[in-house]
Design a binder for this molecule. Structure first.
Ligand code: SF4
Length: 205
């Protein structure tokens, strides 16, 4: 079933003008991502357990890329500024909260920097997603993002939101919600700007 889902997703994403790649493992995905990032690019990323898990940031550091890394900030103001600068990186790395088999990327964001960079700014966007992110259609992808990914991310970030204890979205209006912006990416515009690497193992939330 997983391989059938994978081939359906690949076909749909390609028809929506994403460049699509498949890998067996996160390790392979990290190697491939490195090949998709020109050596003269500045690189930034959105918060992503997937990117952390596959060790891509360390590979980039070792290869000498110029990175815009908000985690190097010494003050909240500097962190905010690095997040703004990330919107003009050449390459932006992220995962997706869900990918529908009919070719949509679905993402929820608290600050908005991640979904902003997916829409516009960086000329090269590399999305790495495990097979666990696939959902049958747009509605179920949105449900996954809201009721699976967001509560787990809220838990990871130790947010005081009701989903942390129940594992379900309560449509909260907490000022600390991580669900400020919902983005459905239907088309890669221009074609090929967004590269999607689908990994045949579970990664992230
Ligand atoms: S809207 Fe609130 S309750 Fe729902 S997933 Fe987001 S942070 Fe959790």
């Amino acid at each position: 079933m997983d391989s059938q889902m994978l081939s359906t997703a690949v076909k749909a994403l390609k028809s929506h003008f994403f460049d699509v790649y498949t890998c067996k493992t996160g390790e392979e995905a990290a190697q491939l991502a490195m090949r998709l990032i020109p050596s003269d690019h500045t690189v930034s990323w959105g918060g992503s357990t997937t990117i952390d898990t596959i060790g891509l940031k360390d590979r980039l550091r070792q290869a000498g890329y110029r990175l815009i890394d908000r985690d190097t900030a010494k003050t909240p103001q500097e962190r905010k500024e690095l997040m703004r600068q990330g919107l003009l990186a050449d390459t932006f790395l992220t995962s997706a909260n869900a990918i529908s088999l009919d070719g949509y990327l679905v993402n929820i964001d608290g600050n908005g920097n991640r979904v902003a960079a997916m829409c516009y700014g960086p000329s090269n966007v590399v999305v790495i997603a495990g097979i666990n992110k696939l959902a049958p259609d747009l509605a179920s992808a949105q449900d996954r993002a809201r009721n699976v990914a967001a509560p787990q991310n809220a838990q990871r970030l130790q947010k005081p939101t009701p989903c942390v204890s129940t594992g379900q979205c309560h449509d909260c209006l907490s000022p600390e919600t991580i669900c400020s912006y919902f983005l459905n990416t239907r088309i890669s515009s221009p074609p090929g700007r967004i590269k999607v690497i689908l990994v045949e193992e579970p990664l992230g939330y």
